[in-house]
Design a protein around this ligand. Structure first.
Ligand SMILES: [Mn+2]
Length: 306
């Protein structure tokens, strides 16, 4: 079998995939917020750490002309060690393929955890273009380089990502994060990232993140673009760095393991980092504010009458 046969076979399978219904159906008639562009990364499908339900809620709430999947969407490293693929993870793949079918341009830039897809660079599967990196022009004409960002671990050899906690400690922290949030759910409390809170308390982690952002922005400056969009370090951020008398924008779209963030571009070129747990909190508060529970007011009247 040649490489072309193999890619045809995969493409055929992917093309027929969205025909089977997802476990969690898409909500009917929900108005979706429209953006020009959406960037997400570091979803880590195939691991327990992935906040699949939050991501499904996000995908069902937003739409865009273009969507970039900025790497580590599927965690091949963990899947090789231990196979874990719940129905909700299928639902995410289904929603992404469905989006491509509806006409959203989807560009997938594999990261280091899904590097097995890098061999398909330049190919198109079910309407999803696979690239090693991309250049995006915003509505107001800024040129942005889009890449996963693990490339810079090489530049920062002495500071490899996760070096400050180690792989085992990181997975332990992720497990704790899941446990904490399970308890919070029982108590009716919203999602809160333990690891995100911990990371900002560790001096080395804060130093690493700052240095990483600077290195990536400098690389973008050297390539003559106006900015860079990346993921990889699971820390959503916007910063500006001076380079050769110009300001270079650094955007990190965060992750769906800890912070649950996305980066979006509005139709006028304005960009924004969304913190989805906060968006849900706001939405819940708004719907509670607009429509006070009628049962409660009826009960109050009863009590007043008594
Ligand atoms: Mn990565």
């Amino acid at each position: 079998m040649t490489g072309a046969d193999l890619s045809d076979l995969i493409a055929d399978n992917i093309a027929s995939f969205p025909l089977s219904a997802p476990r969690i159906p898409e909500p009917e008639g929900r108005a979706r917020r429209q953006y020009r562009t959406i960037w997400i990364s570091d979803v880590h499908l195939g691991t327990r750490g992935c906040n699949a339900d939050l991501l499904i809620d996000f995908l069902d709430s937003v739409d865009s002309e273009t969507m970039y999947l900025v790497g580590d969407i599927i965690d091949g490293w963990r899947l090789k060690k231990r196979f874990y693929w719940p129905a909700a993870h299928n639902d995410i793949v289904w929603r992404i393929l469905k989006r491509a079918k509806r006409g959203t341009r989807i560009i997938y830039i594999p990261g280091n955890h899904d590097e097995m897809f890098r061999q398909f660079t330049g190919l198109n599967f079910g309407g999803i273009e696979i690239r090693r990196a991309a250049f995006h022009t915003t509505a107001d004409g800024r040129r942005l380089m889009v890449l996963h960002g693990d490339e810079f671990d090489v530049v920062m050899l002495s500071h490899r990502w996760l070096a400050f906690v180690g792989d085992h400690a990181y997975h332990l922290m992720m497990r704790l994060n899941i446990a904490v949030n399970t308890v919070r759910r029982w108590m009716g409390k919203p999602y809160w990232s333990l690891s995100k809170a911990a990371k900002h308390k560790v001096k080395n982690a804060v130093e690493f993140i700052g240095k990483y952002e600077e290195v990536v922005a400098r690389a973008a400056g050297e390539r003559g673009v106006d900015g860079v969009v990346c993921g990889h370090i699971h820390t959503a951020e916007f910063r500006r760095f001076a380079h050769d008398g110009r300001m270079i924008e650094y955007w990190n779209d965060g992750d769906w393991v800890e912070g649950c963030n996305a980066l979006v571009e509005h139709h006028d070129g304005r960009m924004e980092i969304l913190h989805w747990p906060e968006e849900i909190r706001r939405r819940t508060a708004e719907s509670a504010g607009v429509a006070p529970a009628p049962a409660a007011s009826a009960e109050r009247k009863d009590r007043e009458a008594a």
